[in-house]
Write a protein that binds this ligand. Structure first.
Ligand code: KIV
Ligand code: ZN
Length: 521
């Protein structure tokens, strides 16, 4: 066995920016990805998969920018086992301090037959050719056998042996469809490690999806059986039911060190701020009962539990909220707080803003503090998400200028809205089933949008009657799905802001698509 297999260190490979972005509606702009990458570095992840460079110009640019921004973690781009993909990935990571490339090909018969239409011999040849080609240009290569958990073990052993010989440094075993059962996946990992020639020269990695709710359990089984890298995403976002949740797997390793005897480099106090940031940026809410970062994760409701916790915390608490970055004292500022205090608080929350962005955020904070006595961390995050993180590097097409709503228990709700559309002011009104519906109808009328509203959620950011409402909506048009966020002390205003934010994103994506169609990727 290699030293790495005996080591107690488990590498955390974050793929929020690649696999996580594959969640419906979670697409992020380059700027947003850079902000998240900086926070991932602060969190202490070892590897960041920044995108799939060959898949689009946007992804290529994101990988490039992340490579320039972060210094300590290794930064990878995904690539299929094809020369074109590999060249694009190599170019995208060329400025990274620690660059790498992640090459994959499917190994299960079902993928070979129906997706790739290739024989096992052809897959083996393509994998070895890809790794050998990449190795001429870059030192660090991870190789993944897509759909490993449904692949024939003998075939994988053969492929892994050859790609290790060709220069792969890490071998990743994905449970692509979330099909595996923990004891089975653990046994697969130990079988592969034991029987693959050259296994001791590489790091073994697990990449699990959560279709049966077992991604974290499968990842733990893998490291219990010799893997030393876990691939995961913040809040577990990703394709379908998502990926292994970083915060859950890391806290399981930390809390049960007495059993697993493994460590990570993660600064666990950064888990909660990172989780909030990703939720704000993607518009994917955190379920209230989500382990580690959900609103109820540390709330004790039953009297008998409360009594126990008051007497001795450990009666019902296996970890503390502070250890994951949830501070008991959430009250931060009010209308007398100055610019310096605001700046300090932003830094504490993981936002390093430019002077110009900071000024804009400060103005929004002052406006909010005039309406709301206590401004909490969550309120500040919402301001940043809405005012700063949404800027996609191009001017917004729509700007909300005015909104008035009429709603009573026995009348038909109606709304009047004024929007600046490409520099021109337009005003209209409409009625609807409720105040939000009326408001959305006017916005649709003015903008001429044909997008469908596929999701609408509203949350109170903090407690109290003066709490800000946070609205997240998802819209879809012509195969493009985007989400928008808005926050305000008035829920109708927050709803309108979220809708306008989504329409601006949709417009940006459409313009980008037209550009690609005209000029090629
Ligand atoms: O789930 C999967 O198989 C993947 C690979 C590309 C690693 O995401
Ligand atoms: Zn995946």
């Amino acid at each position: 066995m290699s030293d790495s297999m005996h080591s107690s260190h488990v590498r955390i490979f974050d793929t929020t920016l690649r696999d996580g972005e594959q969640s419906p509606g979670a697409s992020m702009t380059v700027e947003q990805k850079v902000v998240i990458a900086r926070q991932l570095e602060k969190l202490g992840v070892d590897v960041i998969e920044a995108g799939f460079a060959a898949s689009s110009d946007g992804d290529f640019e994101s990988v490039r920018r992340v490579c320039k921004e972060v210094k300590r973690p290794r930064v990878l781009s995904l690539a299929r086992s094809q020369e074109g993909d590999i060249e694009r990935a190599l170019k995208a990571v060329e400025h990274a301090v620690n660059p790498g490339i992640h090459i994959f090909i499917a190994t299960s018969d079902i993928h070979l037959e129906h997706k790739l239409r290739m024989s096992r011999e052809q897959v083996l040849e393509a994998a070895v050719k890809a790794v050998s080609y990449a190795k001429k240009h870059i030192d660090y290569i991870e190789f993944s056998a897509e759909d490993a958990s449904r692949s024939a073990v003998e075939f994988m052993i053969q492929v892994f042996k050859e790609v290790i010989r060709a220069g792969a440094n890490t071998i990743n075993v994905p449970d692509t469809t979330g099909y595996a059962i923990p004891s089975e996946f653990g046994a697969l990992m130990s079988n592969l490690i034991e029987r693959t020639a050259g296994a001791d020269r590489v790091i073994w990695s697990a990449h699990c999806h959560n279709d049966l709710g077992l991604a974290v359990a499968n990842s733990l089984a893998a490291v219990h059986n010799g893997a030393r890298q876990i691939e995961c995403t913040i809040n577990g976002i990703g394709e379908r039911a998502g990926n292994t949740s970083l915060e859950e797997v890391v806290m399981a390793l930390r809390t049960r060190k007495n059993y697993l005897d493994l460590d990570t480099n993660i600064i666990t106090e950064q888990l909660y701020p990172t989780s909030r940031l990703v939720s704000q940026v993607t518009g994917i809410p955190i379920p209230i009962n989500k382990p580690i970062v959900g609103e109820n994760a540390f709330a004790h409701e039953a009297g008998i539990h409360q009594d126990g916790v008051l007497k001795h915390k450990q009666t019902y608490e296996i970890m503390t909220p502070e250890s994951v970055g949830i501070s008991g004292n959430r009250l931060v500022m009010g209308k007398h707080s100055g610019r310096h205090a605001f700046d300090e608080r932003l830094k504490h929350l993981g936002f390093n803003l430019s002077k110009e962005d900071m000024n804009r955020a400060f103005l929004r904070f002052k406006e909010l503090a005039d309406k709301k006595k206590n401004v909490y961390d969550e309120d500040i995050e919402a301001i940043v998400a809405e005012e700063i993180l949404r800027v996609p590097g191009q001017p917004d097409c729509y700007e909300l200028l005015y909104l008035s709503v009429n709603s009573s228990s026995d009348g038909i709700p109606s709304a009047t809205v004024k929007i600046r559309v490409d520099g021109q002011e337009r005003m209209d009104h409409a009625s609807g089933d409720g105040a939000v519906d009326a408001c959305y109808k006017v916005i649709t009328k003015i903008t001429g949008s044909e997008a469908q509203l596929v999701r609408y959620t509203v949350n109170a950011i903090t407690g109290g009657a003066d709490a800000q409402g946070e609205v997240s909506c998802q819209i879809q048009d012509g195969g493009i799905r985007v989400s928008g966020q808005g926050s305000h002390t008035d829920i109708i205003m927050a709803s309108a802001a979220a809708y306008i934010n989504a329409l601006n994103k949709l417009q940006g994506r459409k313009q980008y698509r037209q550009l690609v169609e005209r000029e090629g990727p």
